[in-house]
Design a protein around this ligand. Structure first.
Ligand code: HOZ
Length: 439
């Protein structure tokens, strides 16, 4: 790769333009960013300021090019600036960017979602994954008339008050899994359990079964690194919620249209009652969705009484991006190719870490993957929490220096796109070999 990022001089931090941009931003915005995950808090140093992105690459304002393994934290499965998505966006924008009135395009996207996701018979479009999970919980509580919700430590469902307890993602990364500002009242009906702990789940239902409105989980966790569920755990979640009349919600904001076109529920053959979506469903624009069985979704106003609304919900530009993305994924499914590349990357990182004598494990599902700096198989937050964060930070910056942009936290899965090639994966493995040996 012919880029300054690959020059032999070690660059311990961002380039001078990013450093200056971050100083300016820090005076204007809290921590210099509009979302904490991107602030490099867990790896130290200054975040890279991005000028543009194309296909599998990010370009920073200092003129460096990187193979991108965050893909905007999930949405960019087709690669950045896919020509057909960009033309759908520009065509829609030329007709006006927001109407506050229904469009036929919303029904097209709704049909695409319903056709793809096994659990969804009816869907509501919103603006983000956070909005989707917040709304799904309200509907579940409204539909059941119950208050309690089960979530799992290290799972992250956006910054919804009642779910911002033992949260993963930036909340875990930056040491604020239970945010100040979340009142005890908001969180008192949230039961936090350990992921993959079937006896713990059984016990919670034995004690509180008839009070539990919903159980929400990431069916592959992306927010404590990539953590896989056991089938026993998913089946227990399905059986216990059915038995107790609780609503099972799969948060597929990360996994939807990524680990399979129909998400983790298609991949594992376990169908929840409700599903939340974000990221890929918006094709890189701000769009989320929640849906489920018709009888549940018919509780939502104006069909039912559970209130949820939004001026920009079903926004025509976001809908155009999402709809084009789903169409392209359906017409030309990249999933087998992504799976092959994930195998290649996982094997290569495993070999690189082994030959560097670095204690590690690798976990993956489709085009999401994590190299954990921990020799134990990571199956829940307590194990994830024991990873060597300091080694991860040095690995991260070493790779940046090699032109590889990984997630800036041990507790975020990496994502790649259909524009990534075997040669890029091999280049990444080569860079990881070099960096890991130097740690
Ligand atoms: N919530 C995203 C990661 N799990 C990060 C969003 C961002 O900072 O851009």
């Amino acid at each position: 790769m012919n880029s300054p990022a690959n020059s032999s001089a070690a660059r311990p931090s961002a380039g001078p333009k990013s450093v200056a941009a971050f100083q300016r931003a820090s005076a204007l915005m809290p921590g210099g960013v509009n979302s904490p995950a991107r602030a490099f808090g867990a790896v130290g140093g200054t975040p890279l300021f991005i000028e543009r992105a194309e296909g599998p690459y990010l370009y920073d304002i200092d003129g460096n090019r990187y193979i991108d393994y965050i893909g905007s934290w999930g949405p960019m499965i087709l690669g950045h600036a896919h020509p057909e998505v960009i033309s759908a966006i520009t065509e829609a924008a030329a007709k006006g960017t927001s109407y506050g009135a229904p469009t036929e395009a919303e029904s097209r996207l709704a049909e695409q979602i319903i056709e793809a996701v096994p659990s969804i018979e009816k869907v509501r479009l919103v603006n983000s994954g956070t909005e989707a999970t917040m709304s799904a919980l309200r509907v579940a509580r409204g539909a059941t008339g119950r208050k309690k919700v089960i979530k799992f430590a290290g799972n992250y469902h956006g910054h919804v008050d009642s779910l911002l307890v033992a949260a993963g993602s930036a909340a875990a990364t930056l040491g604020a899994p239970d945010s100040p500002g979340v009142t005890p009242g908001a969180a008192e009906d949230t039961l936090v359990l350990s992921y993959n702990d079937v006896p713990g789940l059984q016990n919670a239902f034995d004690q509180h079964g008839d009070d539990i409105a919903a159980l929400i989980l990431e069916p592959v966790v992306g927010n404590m690194g990539c953590v896989l569920p056991t089938m026993e755990f998913l089946n227990a979640a399905r059986d216990l919620t059915s038995k107790h009349g609780s609503i099972l919600i799969f948060d597929e904001v990360m996994t939807g249209f990524r680990v399979a076109y129909g998400g983790a529920q298609e991949r594992f053959g376990v169908t929840p009652d409700m599903t939340t979506l974000g990221k890929i469903v918006g094709g890189g624009m701000p769009l989320g969705a929640y849906g489920g069985r018709a009888e549940i979704m018919n509780q939502v106003l104006p069909a039912g009484k559970v209130f949820q609304a939004g001026t920009l919900s079903g926004n025509p530009v976001a809908v155009a991006a999402g709809s084009a993305t789903l169409r392209l994924l359906k017409e030309n499914p990249p999933y087998e190719q992504l799976e092959r590349l994930a195998d290649r990357l996982a094997d290569g990182l495993d070999r690189a870490a082994t030959s560097a004598g670095m204690a590690h494990t690798v976990a993956k599902a489709g085009a999401m993957l994590t190299l954990f700096f921990n020799p134990e198989p990571v199956d829940c937050w307590d194990v994830a929490d024991r990873c060597d964060r300091e080694a991860f930070g040095r690995y991260f910056w070493g790779l940046i220096n090699e032109g590889i942009y990984m997630p800036c936290s041990q507790f975020e899965a990496l994502f790649f796109s259909q524009q990534h090639t075997e040669a890029m994966i091999d280049e990444t493995i080569g860079a990881a070999e070099k960096v890991l040996k130097s740690l």
